[in-house]
Write a protein that binds this ligand. Sequence first.
Ligand code: ZN
Length: 305
Amino acid sequence: MTNKNFDQCTSFHIDGGAFLGRFVRLDAALDNILGRHKYPKQVGAVVAECAALAVLLSSSMKYEGLFTLQTQSDGPVSMVVVDVTSDGDVRAYAKFDEERINRAKEIRKTTGEIEAAPHFLGNGHLAFTIDQGKGTDLYQGVVDIQGKTLSEVALRYFAQSEQIETYIKLYLEEPKNNDDAWKAAGLMLQKTPAFGGKTDKNLNLDDAWYEALVFAESLKDKEVFDAGLDSENILNRLYHANKLVISGVKNYKFACRCSRDKLLNTLSSFEKKDIDEMADKGKIAITCNFCSEQYIFNRGELIKH
Ligand SMILES: [Zn+2]
């Protein structure tokens, strides 16, 4: 079900601009992404959490083009890819081994609680890339998957590479009924780099940062996923005393960028013998990893004479 208070990222700052924040909440976008795949619940949870992190991180970077979050690891979920375009289109998929997921569940013998993503990812790395098209440099950040939660993994990246003091917390709500969707959310705070203290002179930055984190930690899942509360309302509850300023709201939705023409272009560059290997009774069927759309080509379309 679509809710106007979700599938958005709200940007804000507090304490006269000393600290920047982002608050993301996703529901229908996730439902559309996961509805395209028949993933086991555990994989759905990992993808949902990665999607919230991808939207959070991409929203804090200036780019025109494509932001990609990708994990590569040796666990039961060996790969997750989430794409976020600068227009707010999100798509995602995962590679996983169902048998190993079931075994991992056995070992932990959990009582229905949602497992944090790193447990199913195993050892490996998480990478972010920004592709702004031809003639531009590819930006890439990489961090090892280490930590109990996906937020911890992301924070390691900021501590190691960006050296900007950062707070990230991700939230996940599993579907209660068959009709429900996964919900995921994230809150991010960062110290403004080289903040000159344009705010009132009495503000002690360390104390104010500590207070901002305490308030962030006070945010409960129940509020985050309350469909009746808009994001501004939630942020107001947290930071009304810290000179909260909402600086923007951006909408997100599921959309896949695959097309028959793009695939035709790629396949046309293949060698004849490779095409023949892929063909079954003269037809080549290709399924998009992201949206599960199937495209069928005739052998004759692909082989240049
Ligand atoms: Zn697609």
